[in-house]
Design a protein around this ligand. Structure first.
Ligand code: CA
Length: 520
């Protein structure tokens, strides 16, 4: 009798608390419709019937109505129509209540101060406790997304997890040639040379391609092996912060030394002769043909190639720690950036700014964050001991887990949300997790540049000089690596040309923006 009463009481309590919980997320009593422009390469337009959206609607009572214009419906990775869609939307003269897009940051930071978007700072302080808490805990992220007028105009997609790319090598080839895992740049060079000359794939032909990369800037990344830098962020060729100053990696001494050595590697055949042209299928082709020896690429997807051990006897392509430079430094330059220029903003004519910021805040609640990361409960995942765990049919499907999530409106990067690395960890294979542990132990990651927001005057200087400086840098870089010039002999002339083309002016506006934004 006592027990029965207790159980009844427990059931009653849990019903009440779950009802109270659902109430907690309700933003308005009567359903409120808000229009949305949404465009991202993975999601050409917003779909009102995504299961994640259906659940968010039921919880919040906010109904988003698709009003996307100018979306480029090409879904290949070369889709560059994203900013174009924003421009078309602006040209149409009607800005929806919510605008979500990839590369929205510069757009809202330019047009927000002119009134096209509503500044979010006060709205967050007064109506969005979860967002407020997030930014209080991560002031560097607040600084990074603020416009030149000090206001935030968008809520970003915030990636989780630190690790992105790593050095990978064929451990079975090292074994075949009785070589150790290289610890220094000299040892790495010796290993690549052995791959080139000692037939580790055993077919009697010198067909091995020692270093290859899907993206050619991953060759330039190797200047870090000589204390150079190739980028300050997860974007190729980006500026970097050194001793509190913005500099460009392609003007530094370590870069010169690195390019000199990479030209030598290229000439000796230690680097894929087609590195600048082979493109995105390089990894798939060179690994499955048993030709590729080493690369620098993403942990999870690259580790996945160990499935080739079914076809290639002993195949083992695993991460190794960044080789030490001649001065003894070991760095991994690439890491996940904590903040993307993607996300969403409130249109300047939105009549329900308070309800909208509350809706944005919903995605930063525990429930909303789970929905944004894992899909719908009971469909994509189940709660086990307080954790969202993907269902077996999701993990074991032929369709990659992320693609399954994109299809239901989860991991939607034109939405402002905080990713949960646990979503990815559940489908990272043992080789990726082992590699990440190795990099974690060595602490090879370095700080990164999170970008600046220009005033209109600074923007003009940047736009006037930077494109030609950048083009010149990239043109010289490729020429030197291919051996059609000598970086050492031409270095002074190169510096003179950078000065003439306005690099100093660009660095001046970068630094003034940087100091304003980060209080340097
Ligand atoms: Ca061979």
């Amino acid at each position: 009798m006592k027990l029965k009463a207790l159980v009844t009481a427990m059931v009653a309590t849990s019903v009440i608390s779950s009802m109270a919980l659902a109430e907690d997320y309700k933003i308005v009593d009567e359903p409120l419709e808000l229009t949305i422009q949404m465009n991202h390469k993975r999601y050409p337009v917003y779909e009102e019937d995504w299961p994640v959206e259906v659940e968010a609607r039921a919880l919040t009572n906010i109904h988003l109505i698709d009003a996307t214009v100018g979306a480029n419906i090409r879904t290949d990775s070369e889709n560059t129509g994203k900013t174009e869609a924003l421009n078309l939307m602006l040209a149409s003269g009607k800005i929806p209540d919510i605008v979500g897009s990839s590369r929205i940051k510069d757009f809202v930071n330019q047009y927000g101060p002119e009134g096209a978007f509503i500044p979010l700072n006060d709205l967050i302080d007064e109506h969005a406790p979860n967002l407020k808490k997030f930014f209080e805990e991560k002031p560097e992220i607040k600084a990074a997304i603020s416009a030149a007028d000090g206001n935030m105009y968008y809520i970003p997609y915030l990636p989780d997890g630190k690790y992105g790319r790593a050095f990978f090598i064929r451990y079975d080839w090292l074994d075949a040639l009785e070589l150790d895992v290289p610890e220094t740049v000299d040892e790495y060079e010796a290993v690549l040379r052995a791959f080139k000359t000692q037939d580790p794939n055993g077919n009697g032909v010198a067909d091995e391609v020692p270093y290859f990369a899907r993206q050619w800037p991953e060759l330039i990344r190797l200047v870090t092996l000589w204390d150079g830098r190739s980028s300050g962020s997860d974007t190729y060729h980006d500026f970097m912060v050194e001793d509190g100053e913005i500099k460009h990696p392609y003007a530094g001494e370590g870069y010169r030394e690195g390019i000199k050595n990479l030209a030598r590697w290229y000439e000796e055949g230690l680097v894929d002769a087609e590195i600048f042209t082979r493109g995105s299928s390089s990894r798939e082709f060179l690994l499955s043909e048993n030709l590729g020896g080493s690369t620098h690429d993403w942990f999870a997807s690259t580790s996945g190639y160990n499935r080739l051990s079914d076809q290639i006897d002993g195949f083992a392509f695993k991460a190794f720690a960044p080789p030490a430079s001649p001065s003894g430094k070991r760095i991994e330059e690439h890491r996940r950036i904590p903040i993307k220029p993607d996300g969403w903003a409130i249109g300047g004519t939105n009549k329900h700014a308070v309800e909208t910021i509350k809706y944005f805040d919903f995605w930063f609640t525990e429930k909303g964050r789970r929905l944004a990361n894992f899909g719908a409960e009971g469909v994509q995942y189940e709660m086990v001991d307080g954790q969202a765990i993907f269902k077996d049919e999701v993990l074991n499907s032929d369709e990659p887990v992320n693609n399954q999530l994109y299809a239901v409106g989860s991991q939607l990067q034109a939405r402002g949300y905080f990713q949960d690395y646990n979503y990815e960890k559940q489908w990272s294979n043992e080789f990726a997790l082992e590699g990440i542990a190795l990099y974690d132990e060595g602490d090879y990651l370095i700080d990164q540049f999170l970008g600046v927001a220009f005033t209109a005057d600074e923007q003009k200087v940047y736009d006037k000089f930077w494109p030609s400086v950048r083009d010149y840098m990239l043109e010289r870089q490729q020429t030197w690596v291919l051996g059609n010039g000598d970086v050492e002999a031409e270095w002074d002339d190169y510096q003179d040309q950078l000065a003439k083309k306005g690099l100093a002016d660009v660095l001046e506006v970068m630094n003034s923006a940087y100091k304003r934004q980060y209080g340097g």
